[in-house]
Design a protein around this ligand. Structure first.
Ligand code: HEM
Ligand code: SF4
Length: 551
């Protein structure tokens, strides 16, 4: 966990009182909604279909149990008893009352949580691997660097009025769980030949109307230079990024229009000016941040405890363990993913009761720590293997042991027309229907790893472009129509999906997905050939034929 210092706390508290004053002036009519908009956006407050929507940052997806309890408290006291975990390590509350927002922010500030820069044209929450610090084989804990960038960019004047929002993600593992290739800047921690820590830097990724996979701009930037290098990129973006057309304002468009070579020359030029400046990071700064991340006092435990061996006789436990439990870098421990995708439920939602109960379980079984991942699931990062059976029973009672992590019902979905004022179509009911269609866990396991991602409009909050099966809601003649793509992925081999044909109606989406899955099961060469591998081998044609032959 990271421990805030006095400076962090003062900043967060000052921000709350400033916002309290702004809300007061809005409520009294002294500020118009237009004048208030820029102020509220800087504090993560949107105006949505039914109410204000409040977005809270969870930097690099790490939460202490008192923080999770504070989020539960906000859900219970100021909202309708639940919160929605998003694809960017944020949580959103959909029914907040403006007059109560400053109180909610104050309650969160007490535990070091804020909503700064969760909206607006600035540097957004710096995200990372939800298994950071515990994943076997990781170069080092990427959160140290996420925190460095977070501190440097929070309320930084140059990054507060960018042409458009800006997102950075960091991974330190071979397997990319942070989706770095669909971020404005993606950072991959690596070691050079001398054994020094640095980064491969990628730039220009992003989804939305014009999706791009990020390109490598530099193969190795030394850790001490990472702030100056990022700042050089942002300066070039600030200077050349388009401000006349919101659809062309993201850095991905600039990179695309200039070409990565020209763009990188500009960055290199800028970098030479600022490289050996105060932006160069002293070892002590990194050491200071590193020392604020504390790790649990792990015990020396056996690799295979008796409790686990005995529980293996229970097929229900085994079904859950197989998909939810991952190896940990310390022997005798595991990382446990908690699915927020129950059959028939809205993906990513957790009730206040579930959040509180999870905090209790994290205290009991995971050294008081919880993680939030971009697939809208949670994780307990340090569970002793001997505790897995007891944890599973407790999760099951809470409705949090759905054994579907990474399977077809582990769906990512944006709020769509149920909440979002930009939506063209519903997303949540599509996800709910699909989880019901594939509720049979044996079938889901037979299908294996398959990610479905759903967005209610072209903005792509539900990452539809990078879903193995992507579903995008559009509006046609007043009707919801869904375009289906296949072959997208958001990991280290990130790719954008290919559209398979004309859009289909709301009622047809689940049938179409079933057709695609049946085609895959018939076409795969062996059970181990995953959906993505079959698509890679055969292209989209056979799937297209199957879906449209009878439509
Ligand atoms: C309901 C309030 C929301 C609004 C008004 C909203 C608005 C937007 C807009 C306008 C974009 C496109 C930005 C661009 O390309 O310049 C976008 C992108 C995105 N949003 Fe949302 N969003 C909302 C909720 C969410 C939720 C709930 C999630 C997660 C489930 C989310 C995650 C994202 C992500 C991951 C992108 C990807 C595009 C990219 O930056 O590459 N947003 N959002
Ligand atoms: S993808 Fe569209 S509908 Fe979905 S949350 Fe984003 S803006 Fe709203």
């Amino acid at each position: 966990m990271y421990a805030y210092d006095e400076i962090d706390r003062t900043l967060v508290n000052e921000r709350v009182s400033e916002f309290r004053d702004q809300v007061k002036r809005r409520l009294s009519g002294e500020l118009t909604e237009d004048e208030f908009k820029i102020l509220r956006l800087q504090n993560g407050v949107y105006l949505q279909l039914h109410a204000y929507m409040f977005r809270v940052a969870i930097p690099y997806g790490t939460l202490a149990t008192n923080q999770l309890r504070a989020l539960a408290h906000v859900a219970r006291k100021y909202d309708r008893g639940y919160g929605h975990f998003t694809t960017r390590q944020n949580i959103q509350f959909n029914w907040i009352k403006l007059a109560e927002l400053p109180d909610a922010l104050e309650d969160l500030a007490k535990v070091g949580i804020h909503a700064m820069q969760t909206s607006g044209n600035n540097m957004r929450n710096v995200t990372s691997d939800q298994w950071a610090g515990v994943a076997p084989g990781e170069i080092e804990d990427p959160r140290i660097w996420s925190e460095l960038i977070r501190q440097h960019t929070t309320l930084h004047p140059e990054f507060s009025f960018l042409p458009r929002k800006f997102k950075i993600a960091i991974t330190a593992s071979d397997h990319d769980r942070a989706a770095i290739k669909i971020h404005d800047i993606g950072l991959r921690l690596i070691k050079n030949e001398k054994g020094e820590t640095g980064f491969e830097v990628l730039v220009g990724g992003g989804l939305g109307r014009t999706p791009f996979i990020a390109k490598t701009i530099k193969h190795f930037v030394h850790g001490r230079d990472i702030l100056s290098y990022i700042e050089a990129i942002l300066r070039v973006y600030n200077q050349y990024g388009r401000r006349d057309n919101i659809y062309k304002a993201r850095i991905k468009i600039l990179v695309h229009e200039l070409g990565i070579e020209k763009f990188s020359r500009e960055v290199e030029d800028e970098w030479q000016h600022i490289r050996n400046s105060s932006l160069e990071i002293d070892d002590e700064v990194i050491e200071d941040i590193r020392s604020r991340f504390t790790y649990p006092a792990y015990e020396k435990l056996p690799h295979m405890p008796d409790e686990l061996r005995q529980a293996a006789a229970d097929p229900d436990f085994e079904a859950w363990r197989k998909n939810s439990v991952a190896p940990h870098k310390v022997q005798g421990y595991s990382i446990v993913t908690i699915s927020l995708k129950p059959t028939g439920g809205p993906p990513g939602d957790a009730t206040a009761e579930q959040m509180d109960a999870l905090a209790d379980l994290a205290d009991k079984y995971s050294f008081g720590e919880i993680r939030v991942g971009h697939e809208q699931n949670l994780a307990l990062p340090h569970v002793a293997k001997r505790d897995l059976p007891a944890l599973w029973k407790a999760l099951d009672k809470l409705g949090l042991a759905t054994p579907n992590v990474n399977l077809i019902t582990d769906i990512i979905a944006c709020p769509g027309l149920d909440y979002c004022s930009l939506a063209n179509a519903r997303s949540i009911p599509i996800a709910q229907e699909l989880t019901r269609r594939f509720a049979n866990h044996e079938l889901a396991n037979l299908i294996g790893r398959l990610h479905i991602n759903i967005s209610g409009c072209i903005n792509a909050c539900g990452h539809h472009h990078v879903g193995h099966i992507g579903i995008l809601g559009v509006e046609k003649n007043g009707e919801e129509v869904y375009q289906i793509t296949i072959g997208g992925r958001a990991d280290e081999s990130a790719a954008l999906g290919t559209l398979i044909g004309p859009g289909v109606k709301f009622d047809e989406v689940a049938d179409v997905v079933e057709d695609i899955v049946e085609a895959y099961l018939a076409l795969r060469e062996r059970p181990e050939e995953l959906f993505m591998d079959t698509v890679k081998r055969l292209g989209v044609e056979p799937f297209k034929e199957r879906v449209y032959a009878t439509r």
